[in-house]
Every structure is written in structure tokens, then in C-alpha cells.
Design a binder for this molecule. Structure first.
Ligand SMILES: O=P(O)(O)OC[C@H]1O[C@@H](O)[C@H](O)[C@@H](O)[C@@H]1O
Length: 255
């Protein structure tokens, strides 16, 4: 059982448990300089995707964070505002990312603090790339009947009954998801819970869009599904001195 992370982006890269890797590791050989690895858990802050005027998915995933002391079984990293972040987003802030291992789970916690003298609003997400054997065999349970926003096309839709499967590209934001989710991948079952975060983003680019991503090896879109814990549709506002925390917990089925 182990977890590793990179100070670049404060990105968790690897979670091993029961002799298996549960996060998609990306293709380090295709890693673009100054970009997050396409895998693990990039941190999105303070903007989701291109839904704002700032850099796509924000300013945290491609900055160097610093390590914080942490007890055994935990990794902790922090990022605070710098000249470069202030040029892209004009607010002092401090982020902390904690990754805590337990015998059957990994708990990821993101804290946002406003150390400044004026309020700010932000969106945030843990862009978790979950590894699957083959996307065609994966099914995500728990979103049945839930409205969603189609990232590509806009309007809210009501999906057909049953688990979410991945016969083609999927890019959806599910608002206000309270119940736990379950990713079934052949014989492997992963529970996904969150608090503080409200929205779930489910993303897999499908074959055609994956070909346009030069940091993804051919066929690799079949090896992951992103199930992201987000605070996207209803941004958080922090007054001076206030803190917000969101968590995503990934847990293996008992047995
Ligand atoms: O290529 P990026 O910037 O890492 O984004 C990957 C995907 O991230 C997801 O969160 C978005 O919903 C998708 O629209 C996007 O394509």
C-alpha cells in the first residue's frame, strides 16, 4: 500500500493497494514541459476548464508546490500565491493538498485559505484519473436518473436509466451529487465519496478526441475514466481569513 505525489502541481501520481495501481499513471514519456502529467490527480483551482477568463483548469496544476511535514501514511503539499499566480489571478491564497492512506482507502483533501484582505470566489476540483482495465467494461453506478450538464453542448439532460457506461466520449458535470458512487471495472470495485465538493465531473475523451491529445499514448483513453470531485457550478466565496475544505475518498470493496 503506497501513495506518491509530485511537487509539480501538487499532483498525486500513484496509489497502490492490494497489489494493483488504482490511478491511471499517464505516459511520463509524453509529458509536456510545464504541464501536469495526464494521469493521477491534477488539482484544478480557481477555474474549471475554460469556464472563465483565466488559464484553462486554473493556475495550481502547473506550479511548483512545496512539501509539508506529514505523519506516516500521509503526503501533504502546499501552494501559495506568488508573483506569477497574482499576474494570472489577482488574489493572495494558500492551498493545501493532503493524501491520506488507510488500509482500504485513499482520502484526498484540498483546503483553500484566504489570507488576504478582500473576499474571493473560486471553483476547484480533484481531476482524478481512475485506472480501468478497459473502458468498454467499466460502469459507474450512483448517477442513475441524475440531471447533468453536457460540457460540450450545454443543456441539462436526464440520462437513460442504469449505470453510466462509456461507448463513446463522455464529458458531463453532475450537480449536487450527495450519494456515493461506485466504479465497477470487471472484478474491481472502487467506492467514490466526497464532501465539501458538490459536483461530479465524468470525463473520457473517446477515441477521436484522444488522438488530438499529444500527451496520451494511442489507445490509452481506454485505460482511464476521470471521476472528478468538484465545486464548479456554485463557486465558493471566502472572506478574508476564511477556509474551505473539500475531500474525495476512494475505497476498495471489503474482502
Ligand atoms: O486537457 P485538460 O485541460 O487536462 O482537460 C481535460 C478534460 O477535463 C475535464 O474536467 C473537462 O470536463 C473536459 O472538458 C476536459 O477536456
Amino acid at each position: 500500500m503506497s501513495v506518491t505525489a509530485s511537487a509539480f502541481g501538487g499532483q498525486v501520481l500513484d496509489w497502490q493497494a492490494r497489489g494493483r495501481e488504482w490511478l491511471f499513471p499517464g505516459s511520463p514519456g509524453l509529458h509536456r514541459p510545464r504541464s501536469p502529467l495526464r494521469g493521477g490527480v491534477p488539482v484544478i483551482f480557481p477555474q474549471f476548464a475554460a469556464w472563465g477568463d483565466g488559464p484553462r483548469h486554473g493556475i495550481a496544476r502547473n506550479r511548483r508546490w512545496h512539501w509539508l511535514p506529514a505523519p506516516d501514511g500521509e503526503l501533504a503539499l502546499a501552494l501559495q500565491a506568488s508573483e506569477q499566480t497574482l499576474a494570472a489571478w489577482p488574489h493572495p491564497f494558500r492551498l493545501e493538498l493532503h493524501a491520506r492512506l488507510a488500509p482500504r482507502s485513499l482520502c484526498l483533501g484540498l483546503t483553500v485559505h484566504n489570507p488576504g484582505s478582500t473576499p474571493f470566489s473560486f471553483c476547484a476540483a480533484l481531476h482524478t484519473y481512475l485506472r480501468v482495465g478497459d473502458i468498454g467494461d467499466a460502469a459507474l453506478y450512483g448517477l442513475d436518473g441524475h440531471d447533468y450538464l453536457e460540457s460540450l453542448h450545454g443543456p441539462c439532460q436526464r440520462p437513460p436509466r442504469g449505470p453510466l457506461t462509456f461507448a463513446g466520449p463522455v464529458d458531463r458535470v453532475y450537480p449536487e451529487v450527495a450519494a456515493p458512487l461506485r466504479l465497477q471495472d470487471g472484478d474491481h470495485t472502487l467506492g467514490i465519496e466526497m464532501d465539501g465538493f458538490r459536483d461530479v465531473v465524468v470525463w473520457n475523451p473517446g477515441e477521436a478526441a484522444a488522438r488530438q491529445l499529444d500527451d496520451l499514448a494511442p489507445g490509452d483513453h481506454r485505460r482511464f475514466v476521470c471521476v472528478e470531485a468538484g465545486r464548479i457550478l456554485d463557486p465558493v466565496t471566502l472572506k478574508p481569513g476564511e477556509r474551505w475544505q473539500g475531500r474525495q475518498r476512494l475505497s476498495l470493496a471489503a474482502g
